[in-house]
Write a protein of this length. Structure first.
Length: 339
C-alpha cells in the first residue's frame, strides 16, 4: 500500500484545475512587468492580505530574505522567537544576505508578545547593535502550528512601532491561521510592514509565495528579488496555479486541521509522548525513551512517513493529499509503532 506521507504539506501535487490553469496561462516577461497572470496574482494577493501591493517570489525563504533586506540596515539585529523558521531553517540568510543578526527570545507557543518587544529596547551606544525589525511567524511551525490571534498580533505590531521597530510576518501558513480563527488573513497582518505568504504549503501550488507591503516597499523588494536571483520570465505558468490556490484551496484546510487533531490524539495515547496543542495542520510531539529518528523509522515500517525535527521532536503535517481515511489508518499505525 502506498505510504501515507505526513512529512510536510509541501508534498502536495497540483490539482487538475491547477494543471489546466498552468497549461492555459496567459504569459509575458515578468522582469519587464508584462506577465498578466503574475500581475493578477499580485493584485489579488495584496487585496486579500490588506496591503497596497505584492510581489511573486519563488519561495517563502526568499520572501523572508527580501523582507529582512528591505527593512534593515547592515549591523542591525532582528528580534525573533528562538524556534522561528527564519532562524532554524533558512541557512542564516539574514546574516549572509543582509548583514544582520538575530536576537532570540523564548516564547510560549512560539509567539512573541509586547513584553518581548519592549525588553529589546536599550539605551543607544555606538559600540552596540540595535534591534530594528521584529519577525512574527503565524502559524508557528515548531510551536506545533500554533496561531497568534488578531488582538495578540496587533498588540505586538503596535508595541514594535512604538519602540521604533519594523515588523515582518512570516505567514507561510497564514491561511491556516485565518481559517482556524474564522477571520480574514488581512486581520492577522494589519499594521505589519511586510508579510510573506506561501501557496505551496497546504494549498497545493507547486511553487511560489508572495511578499506584500506598501507600493514603495514592493519596488524595493523587486530590486532585492533580482539581486537574490529571483527574477523570472514567463512566470505566469506558476502564478496560474497560485491563483487557483488562493481562490479555491484556502477554506478546505479546515479538513486538514480536523485530521491533525485525530493524529494528535493518537500520539497522545502513546507512552513517553507529549503532544503540543494541535491548532491547525501541524502535530508536534516531544519523545522520551526513544529518539525522533527511531520513531520515524518505526512509523515508516508501518507505512507512515513523518519528520524528525531534531533528536526528540517528531512532526506530522496533514494536507490535501491525505484523506480522512488515510489519517485514520495513520492513527492506528502510530499506536502500533509507538506503543
Amino acid at each position: 500500500m502506498k505510504p501515507i506521507d505526513l512529512r510536510s504539506d509541501t508534498v502536495t501535487r497540483p490539482t487538475p484545475e491547477m494543471r489546466k490553469a498552468m497549461a492555459e496561462a496567459e504569459v509575458g516577461d515578468d522582469v519587464y512587468g508584462e506577465d498578466p497572470t503574475v500581475n493578477r496574482l499580485e493584485a489579488r494577493a495584496a487585496e486579500v492580505l490588506g496591503m497596497e501591493a505584492a510581489l511573486f517570489v519563488p519561495s517563502g525563504t526568499m520572501g523572508n530574505a527580501i523582507a529582512v533586506r528591505i527593512l534593515t540596515a547592515r549591523g542591525d539585529e532582528v528580534l525573533v522567537e528562538r524556534r522561528s523558521h527564519v532562524v532554524r531553517y533558512e541557512l542564516s540568510s539574514m546574516s549572509v544576505l543582509s548583514g544582520v543578526m538575530p536576537r532570540m527570545a523564548d516564547a510560549p507557543g512560539g509567539h512573541l508578545t509586547p513584553e518581548h518587544v519592549r525588553a529589546a529596547v536599550a539605551p543607544r551606544a555606538y559600540y552596540k547593535s540595535d534591534v530594528s525589525l521584529v519577525v512574527l511567524e503565524n502559524t508557528h511551525n515548531l510551536g506545533g502550528g500554533t496561531v497568534q490571534g488578531v488582538a495578540e498580533a496587533r498588540a505586538v505590531v503596535e508595541a514594535a512601532h512604538e519602540c521604533g521597530f519594523r515588523v515582518h510576518v512570516d505567514g507561510a501558513r497564514i491561511w491556516h491561521a485565518a481559517v482556524a480563527l474564522g477571520v480574514p488573513p488581512a486581520a492577522l497582518v494589519a499594521g505589519a510592514d511586510t508579510v510573506m505568504a506561501c501557496f505551496s504549503k497546504g494549498l497545493c501550488a507547486p511553487v511560489g509565495s508572495v511578499v506584500a507591503s506598501s507600493r514603495a516597499r514592493i519596488e524595493e523588494a523587486r530590486r532585492a528579488r533580482k539581486l537574490f536571483g529571483g527574477g523570472m520570465r514567463q512566470a505566469g505558468v506558476l502564478a496560474a496555479a497560485a491563483l487557483v490556490a488562493l481562490e479555491r484551496m484556502v477554506t478546505r484546510v479546515a479538513d486538514d486541521h480536523a485530521n491533525a487533531r485525530l493524529l494528535g490524539q493518537a500520539l497522545g495515547r502513546a507512552r513517553g509522548v507529549t503532544v503540543a496543542p494541535v491548532e491547525t495542520n501541524i502535530v508536534v510531539a516531544t519523545l522520551r525513551g526513544r529518539t525522533a529518528p527511531e520513531a520515524v523509522a518505526a512509523l515508516r515500517q508501518e507505512g507512515v512517513l513523518a519528520t524528525a525535527m531534531d533528536g526528540t521532536t517528531l512532526r506530522l503535517v496533514t494536507h490535501h493529499d491525505v484523506s480522512r481515511a488515510d489519517c485514520e489508518r495513520a492513527a492506528s499505525a502510530i499506536e502500533r509503532a509507538l506503543r
